[in-house]
Design a protein around this ligand. Structure first.
Ligand code: AMP
Ligand code: MG
Length: 332
C-alpha cells in the first residue's frame, strides 16, 4: 500500500490559482471546478502525472482523456482543425463542448493521455477558475471528472473530497458547478459525429454546422468512462500491427520484448527490448506503455513478447490494454 498525499482544500482566489499551477507543474493532481463538473487535473505532457491520475481514480481501463486549454491558440498546438471544427470552436468555445480532432505534429500530450491514439479530445472550458488555472499553468491539462471510478461526477468540492481525500494533492473550491453534466463530445475526424450528448445541445451544434449531426454514441467501457462504438469510423483503442504474445516467460530471437521488472525471460536475445519499469513500478509502467508498444511495433520483429504484469493497482488497466492490443482483429 502506498500512502497518498494529504489533500488540501482551498477557496478559489488568486493564491489558490497560483498554488494549483505550481502543483500541476510539480506533477501533482489538482481538482478544480469547470462549468460542467469538477475535473481532476494533471499535466497532460507528464506521463507519470497522467498515470497517477488513473491510479487516483482507480480506473480499471485507460480511456483517452480530454485536454483542457485556455484558448484557441493553445488548442491549435494540440490538434488540426478542419472547417467544421473551426466553426464549432469559434462559435461554441469557451463552453461545454469537446472536439475530437487529429493530433497535431510534435510535442502535444503524453501518449497515455490519448491512450495511444492519433486523435485527441480538446476543450476550452468556460469557468473563470478553470481558465485562470489553465492560463497560469500554461500547458494543457487532462481533467476527467474528479471522482472514483464508477461513482457519480462531482459538482461540489465536498463531493470531490468525499471520493478522493488522501488520493490527490489539492482541491480548489469554487462552489457548485453551473452546468452539472459532462461536455458534449463531437468528433471532427471525418464528417462531424456526435459521440456523447452533454452541456451543449445537439440543436446548437447543428445550427453552427448548418447540417444534421450523425450519432456514434460512446459505450460504457467498464467504468464511468466511455469508448467510441463505430468500428472503422473511429479506432476505439490503440492497436499495434505486430501480434502480441502475452504472459511470456521465454523469448525468441525473432521477437521484440516488452519487459517488466528486474528479471528478463529465458531464451534468445530479442530483436529489441524495452522495459516498462525495471523496478516493477506500475505507475512508471503505465506512463511508458503506449510509447513502448509503438516503438516495438516498428522494430521489425515477427511478434512482441510481453512479460506478465501484476494485476493490482494500475496493473489492471495495463493488462486490459495489453489484452485488447493482443486480440485478433479484422483488417479493413
Ligand atoms: P470524461 O471522462 O468525461 O473526461 O470523458 C472523456 C471522454 O472523451 C471519454 O468518453 C473518451 O472516450 C472520449 N475521448 C477522449 N479522447 C478521445 C479520442 N481521441 N477519440 C474518441 N473519444 C475520445
Ligand atoms: Mg466521469
Amino acid at each position: 500500500m502506498t500512502i497518498g498525499p494529504s489533500t488540501r482544500v482551498i477557496k478559489a482566489d488568486s493564491e489558490a490559482v497560483a498554488a494549483a499551477a505550481r502543483c500541476l507543474a510539480a506533477g501533482g493532481l489538482v481538482a478544480f471546478p469547470t462549468e460542467t463538473v469538477y475535473g481532476l487535473g494533471a499535466d497532460a505532457q507528464d506521463g507519470i502525472a497522467v498515470a497517477r491520475l488513473y491510479d487516483a481514480k482507480g480506473r480499471p481501463a485507460f480511456n483517452p482523456l480530454i485536454a483542457h486549454v485556455p484558448d484557441m491558440a493553445a488548442a491549435r498546438g494540440l490538434a488540426r482543425f478542419d472547417a467544421a471544427a473551426e466553426r464549432l470552436a469559434t462559435m461554441l468555445w469557451p463552453g461545454p463542448l469537446t472536439l475530437v480532432l487529429p493530433k497535431a505534429e510534435g510535442r502535444t500530450v503524453a501518449d497515455l493521455a490519448t491512450a495511444g491514439l492519433d486523435s485527441i479530445a480538446v476543450r476550452v472550458p468556460d469557468h473563470p477558475v478553470a481558465r485562470e488555472i489553465l492560463t497560469a499553468f500554461g500547458r494543457p491539462v487532462v481533467a476527467p471528472s474528479a471522482n472514483r471510478s464508477g461513482h457519480v461526477s462531482p459538482t461540489t468540492a465536498q463531493h470531490v473530497l468525499a471520493d478522493l481525500r488522501g488520493r490527490i494533492d489539492l482541491i480548489v473550491d469554487g462552489g457548485a458547478t453551473p452546468v452539472g453534466v459532462e461536455s458534449t463530445i463531437v468528433s471532427c475526424l471525418a464528417e462531424p459525429v456526435l459521440l456523447r450528448p452533454g452541456g451543449v445541445p445537439r440543436a446548437a451544434i447543428e445550427r453552427v454546422l448548418g447540417q444534421s449531426l450523425d450519432d456514434a454514441p460512446l459505450q460504457p467501457d467498464g467504468d464511468e468512462g466511455e469508448a467510441p462504438l463505430a468500428p472503422g469510423q473511429l479506432a476505439s483503442h490503440y492497436a499495434p500491427r505486430s501480434a502480441l504474445r502475452l504472459d511470456a516467460t521465454t523469448v525468441s530471437a525473432s521477437e521484440a520484448l516488452l519487459a517488466f521488472g528486474p528479471q528478463t525471460p529465458a531464451g534468445s536475445e530479442p530483436v529489441r527490448t524495452l522495459n516498462l519499469s525495471t523496478r516493477g513500478d506500475l505507475i512508471e509502467a503505465a506512463a511508458n506503455l503506449f510509447s513502448y508498444l509503438r516503438a516495438l511495433d516498428s522494430a521489425g520483429a515477427a511478434s512482441i513478447a510481453v512479460m506478465p504484469v501484476p494485476h493490482h493497482g494500475l496493473g489492471e488497466a495495463i493488462n486490459d490494454r495489453l489484452r485488447r492490443a493482443a486480440a485478433p482483429r479484422s483488417v479493413t
